[in-house]
Design a protein around this ligand. Structure first.
Ligand SMILES: *Cc1c(COP(=O)(O)O)cnc(C)c1O
Length: 364
């Protein structure tokens, strides 16, 4: 049997008529950028979260970057970021001219809130909380520390659409909730897209200007902006994806439950799940000291896995000049060398999941 890491086509087929209807509607409308489809999606995405404002942008990286820029974070400032995230979280900080200050992870793969105080300096302006793999960070502790030090909190929700922490959706805790709608994400477009959620009208207005060349009124450029707009076809398609986010999340939760129950192998550490949160399992991460051998063993058996992520941000070549050394951020480094992500997606069959479990249990 062959089990691919991700098969987007299965989700597409499941909702094919609706996706195609939505895309055709946008295509036939004769209006392709900043139109009714985007306005409708922004309103729906805000309403889904019970938030006042949603601003659609070009991708998840820009959602983070424009939120930071709208907060006037830039050169001379520092932003705290967990070291075990996708590089985009850190790049968003760097693109503004600010410096990412990397902090280690806790046992749930989130930023370790016990290490925040030590990382705060007089230059710190914000904390980025990444709900990595779809599991919410410890938002109550993070918010309390941010409040005490007068810092912004930005949530990177790129993997956590519909995740819940203590009864509240992720993306609704901080000053801004930033989303990616990259096709594989829990709410996925059929191309690139992103969005920022906020209850701060002024912030939302600034992000709207920034995404459209710094202008509110055509040819009146008030601030230095860029071009980062969600197009009408993606907005239309995302309306369909949003409708089924909870369905997809519960499907992945069932697969995760099967993995958690079925995998019994002393060489493998299963992910720890917070009882106070609702994880959406964008990724199902296991840890194995002999990760590369396990990867090859599974591949030989037709099972394709991935690594999220093989290099922690502080050791990425692009951040060499920040001066971090191997050993500086040990938990994140341990995750980078031992994490393996198992297939988990809408449309994976029970037989495929059982096959993955059987093979993992045979690994010695
Ligand atoms: C996917 C992702 C991003 C970037 O989103 P894009 O839409 O690809 O720009 C940022 N942060 C995290 C944690 C992600 O997983």
């Amino acid at each position: 049997m062959n089990v691919d890491y991700s098969v987007l086509g299965r989700q597409y087929k499941k909702y094919q008529n609706e996706y195609e209807e939505a895309a055709l509607r946008a295509m036939r409308s004769g209006w392709y950028i900043l139109g009714n489809e985007l306005e409708k999606f922004e309103a729906d995405f805000a309403a889904f979260h019970g938030m006042d404002c949603c601003v659609g942008v070009g991708n998840g990286l820009d959602a983070l970057r424009l939120a930071l820029e709208a907060m006037e974070i830039g050169k001379g400032d520092e932003v705290i970021v967990q070291a075990n995230t996708y590089i985009a979280t850190a790049l968003a900080v760097s693109e503004t001219g600010a410096v990412p200050v990397f902090v280690d992870a806790d046992v749930f793969f989130g930023i370790d809130s016990n290490l925040l105080e030590k990382a705060i300096t007089c230059k710190t302006k914000a904390i980025m909380a990444v709900h990595l793999y779809g599991q919410p960070c410890e938002m109550d502790k993070i918010l309390a520390i941010a409040k005490e030090h007068n810092l912004y909190v930005i949530e990177d929700c790129a993997q956590a659409h519909g995740a819940v922490y203590k009864g509240k959706l992720t993306g609704t805790f901080g000053d801004a909730g930033c989303f990616s709608f990259y096709p594989t994400k829990p709410v996925g477009a059929l191309g690139d897209a992103g969005a920022v959620l906020t209850n701060d009208n002024v912030l939302a207005e600034r992000i709207k200007m920034l995404r459209n060349y710094g202008s509110r009124v055509k040819y009146q450029h008030e601030i230095l902006g860029l071009n980062s707009r969600m197009d009408e076809i993606q907005a239309a398609v995302l309306g369909v994806a949003l409708k089924y986010v909870n369905e997809g999340n519960s499907e992945r939760r069932k697969i995760a439950a099967a993995y958690l129950e079925g995998i019994h192998n002393t060489n493998i550490v299963l992910p720890k799940i917070k009882p106070e949160a609702e994880h959406v399992f964008h990724i199902f991460p296991i840890l194995c000291e002999e990760r590369n051998r396990l990867y090859n063993f599974l591949e030989k058996n037709g099972i394709y896995t991935q690594i999220h992520y093989p290099v922690p941000c502080h050791l990425a070549k692009c951040y060499q000049e920040l001066g971090y050394q191997a050993g500086d951020i040990s938990t994140a480094e341990h995750y980078a060398s031992s994490e393996l992500s198992l297939p988990i997606y809408v449309g994976i069959t029970k037989e495929e999941v059982s096959y993955v479990i059987d093979k993992i249990n045979q690994f010695e």
